[in-house]
Design a protein around this ligand. Structure first.
Ligand code: RFL
Ligand code: PHB
Length: 389
């Protein structure tokens, strides 16, 4: 089999890249390890930056998002009982869209089906070959049979645990990593959201987040120690802990219910440089991971895909390879900005086992500065709603 761009991974990065390239008349084949149903069962991101919304609209998958998504003009940070509202609209004139990653993925699948795009699910033993040459190829096994996919370029969209990044030689690759000493326990419940905006809570017992998907679907998280397992947390224990970390006047009206999904994600910051090696281009979680506190992961995947798709379209349409040449530098500049923001919000809002009373005072005054300084609010709002791409 032959294609122009082989895309490894059919998560949001791979699907969106395939969609944008197909719309521009560039052939792709998406190779995904899991079934569609499995990809759609992963409950992840919920907040889209305006740039991501615009890109999804350009990709022809904006209609349902515009109908069913919810625009948020602010969010709330709490410190014990104190509520600090960041008014995005007033601080920087921007907004975010609350629309789940599951729905984005569903919309992309439907659009790809409509275009007749090629997707192969259930692939195993994916290996990338001849990345330094002008004729790379991908080998894989499907239903016990070996296959070969020849291509011009390979897009590594296979997430943090994929094979693409690891195909870049150690002598070329530089990894930067920070592992946090806690994870987030997430619960999805068919209950009305606690508040009309997201609430990021800093509390002596640990961080908590009240998010949502729609008026009858809430997404809640609490910081938990590394090593905790979802089965260690009965629903009642989760609700008790979540309630304790929210300001009292909000906890009093929390509607609890059965957890229809419960999972734990460890928190990590990770960047792999460069994001290009020969014919291979990395996008999204394959190249970088942010702790979810800044709501940046999916949005960074979108900006990578924007830069790469523009580079590939210019290459094929105008024989102009400048975009591809500059891809890694351009994408990484934005990645590092989002890394800094995600790291700083994570550091400000969580309980760290090693923190002293002094460190906790530093967290407190940082939040107090956000409460009182329009400049600090603007900086937060600009980063949260997304730097331009
Ligand atoms: P994904 O989603 O991991 O998809 C990669 C795909 O590649 C497949 N794959 C392979 N396929 C073929 N061969 C192989 N060898 C393969 N190895 C892997 C996988 O099966 C998978 O389908 O990466 P992608 O596409 O780059 O998308 C990234 C986003 O999923 C991720 O950044 C976000 O979910 C992060 N994130 C958030 N981002 C936001 O922008 N806003 C948020 O509010 C937000 N909240 C979150 C989050 C991530 C979370 N978790 C669980 C880590 C909240 C949480 C709790
Ligand atoms: C979510 O709704 O899953 C969500 C929202 C904001 C975050 C992280 C996760 O910062």
């Amino acid at each position: 089999m032959r294609t122009q761009v082989a895309i490894i991974g059919g998560g949001p990065s791979g699907l969106l890249l395939s969609q944008l390239l197909n719309l521009a008349g560039i052939e792709t084949v998406v190779l995904e390890r899991q079934s569609r149903a499995h990809v759609l069962s992963r409950i992840r991101a919920g907040v889209l930056e305006q740039g991501t919304v615009d890109l999804l609209t350009r990709a022809g998958v904006g209609a349902r998002m515009m109908r069913e998504g919810h625009r948020h003009a602010g969010c709330v940070l709490t410190h014990d009982q104190q509520m600090i509202r960041i008014d995005f609209a007033a601080a920087c004139g921007a907004e975010v869209m609350v629309y789940g990653q599951t729905e984005v993925t569903r919309d992309l699948h439907a659009a790809q089906d409509a275009l007749g795009a090629q997707h192969v699910h259930g692939v195993e033993h994916v290996v990338l070959h001849d990345l330094d040459s002008a004729s790379p190829h991908v080998s894989y096994v499907l239903d016990g049979r070996s296959h070969r996919l020849d291509c011009d370029f390979i897009a590594g969209c296979d997430g943090f645990h994929g094979v693409s990044r690891k195909s870049i030689p150690d002598s070329v690759r530089r990894d930067y990593e920070k592992v946090y000493p806690f994870g987030w326990l997430g619960v999805l419940s068919e209950t009305p959201p606690l508040h009309e905006e997201l609430i990021y809570a800093s509390h002596p017992r640990g961080f908590a987040l009240a998010s949502m998907r729609n008026p009858m679907l809430s997404r809640y998280y609490i910081q938990v120690p590394l090593g905790d397992r979802p089965e260690d947390w009965a629903d009642a224990a989760f609700w008790q802990e979540f309630r304790a970390r929210m300001p009292c006047h909000l906890s009093e009206r929390l509607v609890t219910g059965h957890a229809i999904e419960k999972s734990i994600a460890p928190l990590r910051s990770f960047v792999s440089e460069p994001m290009r090696h020969g014919a291979l281009f990395l996008c999204g979680d394959a190249a970088h991971i942010v702790p979810p506190t800044g709501a940046k992961g999916l949005n960074l995947a979108a900006s990578d895909v924007h830069y790469l798709s523009a580079g590939l379209v210019a290459h094929y349409r105008d024989s102009d390879s400048a975009g591809l040449e500059g891809y890694s530098v351009k994408a990484l500049a934005r990645v590092w900005q989002a890394m800094r923001f995600s790291w700083s919000v994570t550091t400000m809002m969580h309980r760290f086992p090693e923190h002293s009373a002094y460190d906790r005072q530093m967290q407190r005054v940082e939040l107090m500065q956000l409460a009182s300084s329009p400049v600090a609010q603007r900086l937060f709002a600009e980063n949260y709603t997304g730097l331009p791409f």
